[in-house]
Design a protein around this ligand. Sequence first.
Ligand SMILES: [Zn+2]
Length: 64
Amino acid sequence: MLQCNAPTSVSACPLGAPARCPHCGDWMVAPLASEFVADAEIRHHWACENCAQASTTTIPLCVP
Ligand SMILES: [Zn+2]
């Protein structure tokens, strides 16, 4: 189902990392938008399909 099996891992997949909605706990698999906020961080903007609440997550960029 999910391309990224990140939830149990510490490493994050910056372009497709699923996140849980902080409002209802549902999985959000596709960010509305992503932006660089620092040299090695990406901020994802989410809109939950279940409860329609917006949220953001900031994660470190994977460096090879
Ligand atoms: Zn939600």
